[in-house]
Design a protein around this ligand. Structure first.
Ligand SMILES: Nc1nc2c(c(=O)[nH]1)N=C([C@H](O)[C@H](O)COP(=O)(O)OP(=O)(O)OP(=O)(O)O)CN2
Ligand SMILES: [Zn+2]
Length: 149
């Protein structure tokens, strides 16, 4: 069984090596869709009986490890020297430094890795993260999936 929870956050970025508009500082209302797999919990008396995981729990975990950290942050590539220096000059600025360009593709992979470590199987229902879809705009998104062994 697959379940998906959607969350949204705002963040700034630029692709410093881009040959067009995206090299300018700008922001997006990012949308992240988190897909988990697992079996339906059947244990009587369990508050999550009938669920793979309570959607509110999916949100709580994603917010704690990822979304609250990226929301209203500037996502900057560590190799983007002028922007790194500028952000460092701002007192108490919410900045997330990445070792790759903050493209939709890279953000989806980073989000997958962070979330993958966060979703643990608590009830023996083989819960695990399967897929992350990250929308940069309503028209542009990237998918990161669990590698097939
Ligand atoms: N493969 C990728 N291409 C681009 C990325 C990316 O992350 N991966 N990012 C950008 C820009 O950051 C920008 O966010 C995308 O802007 P744009 O192409 O203008 O997207 P829109 O949905 O606003 O496009 P419309 O043509 O206005 O619909 C660029 N490329
Ligand atoms: Zn952009």
């Amino acid at each position: 069984m697959l379940i998906t929870r959607k969350l949204e956050f705002d963040a700034g970025h630029r692709i410093s090596t881009h040959n067009s508009q995206c090299r300018h500082l700008h922001g997006h209302r990012y949308v992240i869709e988190i897909t988990l797999s697992g079996s339906i919990i059947s244990e009587k008396g369990n508050a999550q009986q009938g669920m793979v995981m309570d959607f509110s729990e999916v949100k709580r975990i994603a917010s704690e490890v990822l979304v609250d950290k990226w929301d209203h942050a500037f996502l900057v590539y560590s190799g983007d020297t002028p922007v790194m220096q500028f952000l460092q000059s701002l007192e108490d600025h919410k900045t997330v430094v990445l070792d790759v360009q903050p493209t939709a593709e890279n953000l989806a992979v980073i989000a997958f890795d962070i979330l993958n470590a966060a979703y643990q199987d608590n009830y023996g229902n083989h819960l695990q993260l399967e897929h992350v879809r990250l929308y940069e705009t309503p028209n542009c998104w990237a998918d990161a999936s669990r590698a097939v062994d």
